[in-house]
Design a binder for this molecule. Structure first.
Ligand SMILES: *Cc1c(COP(=O)(O)O)cnc(C)c1O
Length: 348
């Protein structure tokens, strides 16, 4: 597969449109999320659930924001990374390799330094500066590549092979999915059952984990994934029943530029999610402005996707939310170059 900018291709064939999977076929179950939560206890932050009358009025719903922008390393990715690295350490590995445009990189780097594991991160040379600097600061070695000419999976696999170290993928990996699922688990344990849970979606690690926690703790809750309209591979995959691909979409939501859902995450999402909807970058910027200015929450573009669907409306798919419904929204991360804010919000 080649990396061509902003093109859509028919997508990776998968085993399947036809049979709906049963929960026994899925890569992760709720017991593994509970085990991950035990490993993360006292290590990951129990992030706050933020509520605001202003927000409730704007959305005509009772909105609960699970603020993973306050998680260690500034995103939920720390959960899956730490859970995975702890298990790899227990299996005898001395280090790991990862590829990421940012938040997974920081998460793996910090988890590695906490656990005494060496970390090598393959990172695009256009990654946000704040993310690259933080990753280096946590002690990782960074290998940069040009995303328009090099396929990062291949480069990471080559490094892993020559060093004998395992690759920790950002989403399509059972221990990562289990770790990410602990965020929604905490939310349900804190606020009780919900009518709807909105979760942003890149490769689907956070969404699939959230689906599993919802199915166990709030079975009537509709879980809805949210993607940028420019990178709508997941929304289209959800509709077609096979994994569709969008390469290097030009969205400001850099954490959701992943080209496709995973072979492990997609079946979980197909089974448990109610829909995947999309929002425009313009809606995303409006929402970011609301989060920064009104709620005083510094959230990165990708981190605001789920709230944008509720606050500013959707492009593909439609959210039907009853007035006053109890709606959970995952705010997934807060790593943004403050120097890019002027560009983001316009210089006005
Ligand atoms: C990685 C990331 C996402 C997307 O998560 P997936 O598990 O790949 O779907 C969303 N928001 C932020 C802030 C991220 O770092």
């Amino acid at each position: 597969m080649t990396d061509t900018p902003s093109t859509t291709t028919p997508g990776k064939p998968t085993t399947g449109a036809a049979p709906r999977t049963t929960s026994e076929d899925l890569a992760v179950n709720f017991a593994e999320i509970e085990a991950a939560a035990t490993r993360l206890q006292g290590i990951a932050r129990l992030t706050p659930v933020h509520q605001s009358r202003q927000l409730d009025t704007a959305c005509n719903a009772q909105v609960m924001l699970k603020c993973e922008n306050f998680q260690n390393t500034g995103s939920f990715k720390f959960r899956g990374a730490y859970n995975s690295l702890l298990l790899l350490k227990e299996a005898g590995h001395a280090g790991v390799v990862a590829f990421s445009s940012g938040n997974h990189a920081q998460a793996v780097a910090l988890a590695g330094s906490m656990l005494g594991l060496a970390t090598t991160i393959v990172m695009p040379n256009n990654a946000p500066k704040v993310k690259a600097a933080a990753t280096r600061g946590y002690g990782a070695s960074i290998v940069e590549y040009n995303p328009s000419t090099t396929q990062r999976e291949k480069l990471a696999a080559e490094i892993a092979e020559s060093s004998g170290l395992p690759v920790v993928p950002a989403y399509d990996y059972p221990h990562v999915i289990a770790g990410q699922g602990t965020a929604a688990k905490e939310l349900f344990e804190e606020v009780g059952e919900l009518d709807v849970l909105l979760v942003c979606c890149g490769g689907g690690g956070l969404l699939s984990g959230s689906c599993l926690s919802a199915a166990a703790l709030s079975p009537d809750c509709r879980v809805i994934g949210v993607e940028p309209a420019l990178g709508d591979d997941g929304a289209r995959s959800f509709r077609s029943g096979r994994i569709e691909t969008v390469h290097n979409p030009a969205t400001i939501a850099d954490g959701a530029r992943t080209p496709y859902l995973g072979d492990l995450t997609f079946p979980i999402i197909q089974r448990y999610a109610s829909d995947i909807v999309t929002v425009s970058d313009a809606a995303l910027i409006e929402t970011l402005r609301f989060l920064w200015e009104r709620l005083k929450l510094i959230v990165e573009p990708t981190g605001a996707l789920a709230l944008a669907a509720l606050l500013s409306g959707t492009e593909m798919g439609h959210l039907e939310i009853a007035p006053g419904a109890r709606v959970g929204v995952t705010i997934s991360g807060g790593n943004v170059d403050v120097s890019s804010a002027a560009t983001l919000f316009g210089n006005a």
